[in-house]
Ligand binder design. Structure first.
Ligand SMILES: Cc1cc2nc3c(=O)[nH]c(=O)nc-3n(C[C@H](O)[C@H](O)[C@H](O)COP(=O)(O)OP(=O)(O)OC[C@H]3O[C@@H](n4cnc5c(N)ncnc54)[C@H](O)[C@@H]3O)c2cc1C
Length: 418
């Protein structure tokens, strides 16, 4: 029997999940189709809405700054209400695992690189470490874990002028692993208290504590039992304990992925993952089906409305070669300078044109072609596949995905069920 839904969302990252949840709320039957489960496992687990404009940071209140963004920015297309809608959907999906919903203002989170990041939502385990909390702070890293050098991170934060004393120490991890062991292995050892890992960790850290009122560890304090591990460490050290977001593979990203996919299950969204969408069938500017490559066979997934949420250059929603930049499934128009030398700046952290490449939406998030007409009547785009935002520089990636995912999903759901 042919697969047919009210709404088909293509992409399993934050934008796709949010679009699917929003569409399901309108009563539509929704399927989320994703090649790789998601890129969340590489991400920090923080939800940045807007941290900087034009390289100037930090932005205190992202909502107050939306009008300062350039025309064509996705936030200018969907408006501040959609940002709130996306955050509400997120808060509903993650429940009390995240903090930050009490205010519109950014929180300032310590990063593993020794910088401070303005962010809108952060895991509960990160909350005791906010830079706005003035407590003598000890950062603790583990010997052999090259991703986080606690003394260097503490020195950077001290030099940046955080309003509290901050020091760093490196201790051996209580269980020995191979040099290339992943953070998940460390987390599981603490989860299961392997070889008395928690007691031995407390003993090692207690030697360095010296009156510090809170202790920050790289985010690996357990996989399934993080809150139990953290509570035990707090109790036995007599200090607040917090996690610092790490690079990939990111425990905070993995935990977020679990929470969001649980929410999809609860909302009744059907999930198909493991195979890429490669093409489509359409008539009269309406898409009938997306074609999915299942071991060389193109299988149609039909729907009334479609949401494209395949991410940017990292998620593979946008492809580029030496000549051109393309959107590989529907062939949506992506404006870019013909001269490749204009795609990037000389400075590594400059305002690169390529960072803004993506599909151009109309006011209803429907991609437009070169002449400004809709590519298709029933296709909307959300998240990193949209152009017009330099989300890495602005620190707005997850926020843009939430806001546009919420908008595109709701509109698709409304259209499909009316
Ligand atoms: C290392 C890293 C760190 C990050 N840190 C932060 C951070 O600190 N704060 C923050 O706010 N954001 C951060 N982000 C960004 C954030 O996690 C999202 O990547 C971003 O919001 C874009 O989300 P998205 O859903 O549009 O796309 P993606 O997350 O890129 O997801 C795209 C999805 O589409 C699927 N897909 C792609 N092509 C196809 C196809 N042909 N067929 C089917 N499925 C397809 C992919 O498999 C994937 O599931 C980080 C991202 C990364 C990679």
């Amino acid at each position: 029997m042919a697969i047919r839904e009210d709404v088909l969302v293509v992409g399993g990252g934050i934008a796709g999940v949010t679009a699917a949840l929003a569409a399901a709320e309108s009563g539509a039957q929704v399927r989320l189709l994703s090649h790789k489960k998601s890129t969340l496992r590489q991400a920090s687990g923080l939800i940045d809405v807007l941290g900087a404009i034009g390289g100037v940071a930090p932005i205190a209140d992202p909502f107050a700054a939306v009008d300062d963004l350039p025309d064509g920015h996705p936030y200018r297309v969907v408006g501040a209400d959609a940002i709130r809608d996306g955050l509400d959907l997120f808060d509903g999906a993650v429940g009390d695992a995240y903090a930050g919903a009490h205010t519109d203002r950014n929180a300032l989170v310590l990063t593993h690189g020794g910088t401070i990041k303005p962010t809108a939502r952060y895991p509960k385990s990160v909350a005791p470490g906010l830079a706005s909390v003035e407590k003598r702070t000890l950062l603790v890293g583990f010997a052999g874990l090259t991703d986080f050098d606690a003394p260097t991170a503490a020195a950077h934060l001290g030099a940046a002028g955080v309003p509290f004393d901050i020091d760093g120490a490196t201790v051996p991890f209580p269980v020995e692993f191979r040099d290339d062991a992943l953070t998940t292995r460390f987390a599981k050892a603490l989860d299961g208290d392997e070889s008395n890992a928690r007691t031995r960790l407390v003993e090692a850290v207690a030697e360095e504590l010296d009156g510090h009122e809170r202790v920050g560890f790289p985010a690996m304090l357990g996989d399934q039992n993080e809150s139990t591990v953290r509570a035990e460490l707090e109790d036995r050290l007599g200090a607040a304990v917090f996690e610092i977001p790490t690079g990939p593979p990111s425990l905070l990203g993995l935990r977020l992925e679990d929470l969001l996919y649980d929410a999809l299950d609860e909302a009744g969204v059907r999930i198909s993952s493991g195979n890429p969408a490669v093409s489509y069938e359409a008539s009269d500017r309406r898409i009938d089906a997306v074609l999915v490559d299942q071991r060389g066979r193109e299988v149609p997934y039909g729907a009334e409305e479609f949401v494209l949420a395949t991410g940017g250059l990292v998620g593979k929603g946008i492809d580029s070669d030496r000549e051109s930049v393309t959107e590989p499934i529907f062939g949506c128009h992506i404006p870019h300078p013909a001269d490749r030398y204009e795609w990037s700046e000389r400075e590594a952290f400059g305002a690169h044109a390529f960072a803004r490449f993506g599909v151009v939406p109309d006011g209803d998030l429907r991609p437009v072609d070169e002449s400004g007409g809709n590519e298709f009547e029933n296709l909307r785009a959300a998240g990193g596949v949209l152009g017009g935002a330099d989300t890495a520089r602005e620190k707005s990636a997850a926020g843009v995905s939430l806001a546009t995912g919420a908008y595109a999903g709701r509109r698709a759901g409304e259209e499909a069920t009316q």
